[in-house]
Design a protein around this ligand. Structure first.
Ligand code: URA
Length: 204
């Protein structure tokens, strides 16, 4: 299942997806069922980067479609993001066996494709979902609990680290923090007129 029809996509996207589907840059290709590239818009001002596909994502070929994805979707919908407003992807595109954390070597091997994806999507605001995405995307070893909710400005991009939805599922008292961080993203996008204002603004 995908949220796009391959032949409806621009040629540059078709080429990119072919490169992803034929990738064997690290060992993860051996056990994957599908390469998980994205869901959401192909051009979006807001990119969400998670860690890597889990079992459901590997089966469906889409990122964040399991329990974590449901929690993330609830927050996105609650804050009136539409599917075209965001582009969701991961640090690695193939499932690490047993849902282990991707190794640095795997993250580095996948970075070239992530960079190409970044260039196609052209986001202005990036949400790093969880400690692994934060570490591999920024190179920083600061704990996510210290950096979440605080903007990082770099080369004209606005980066918002936040907790991973799987962590929120285990610590539901932290759920408001994810909503808070997502609301900050929304406000930043509104400031740049990159998203329509909310019809029913909420105060957190
Ligand atoms: N967790 C992630 O980090 N990414 C997914 O796609 C699913 C779960």
């Amino acid at each position: 299942m995908t949220n796009y029809q391959f032949y409806d996509l621009p040629l540059e996207w078709q080429g990119f997806l072919q490169a992803c589907n034929s990738c064997s840059n690290c060992e993860l290709y051996k056990e994957r069922k599908q390469v998980v590239v994205f869901r959401g818009g192909i051009k979006a001002s807001f990119m969400i980067i998670g860690e890597g596909p889990g079992r459901h994502e590997d089966e469906q070929g889409l990122p964040f479609v399991g329990r974590s994805g449901n929690l993330l979707n609830d927050a996105l919908t609650g804050l009136e993001f539409t599917e075209e407003d965001y582009h969701i992807c991961n640090i690695v595109k193939c499932r690490p066996p047993g849902n282990r954390t991707p190794t640095e070597e795997e993250a580095v091997a996948c970075r070239r494709l992530l960079n190409a994806q970044f260039a196609l999507v052209k986001p202005k605001v990036i949400m790093l979902s969880g400690a692994t995405a934060f570490r591999y995307f920024t190179g920083s070893t600061d704990p996510i609990s210290k950096v979440r909710g605080i903007w990082i400005e770099s080369k004209g991009y606005y980066i918002m680290p936040t907790f991973h939805p799987a962590y929120i599922l285990r610590n539901m008292s932290k759920r408001d923090l994810l909503w808070h961080d997502l609301l900050m993203v929304r406000k930043k996008l509104e400031e740049f007129k990159l998203i329509a204002p909310m019809e029913n603004p909420i105060l957190l």
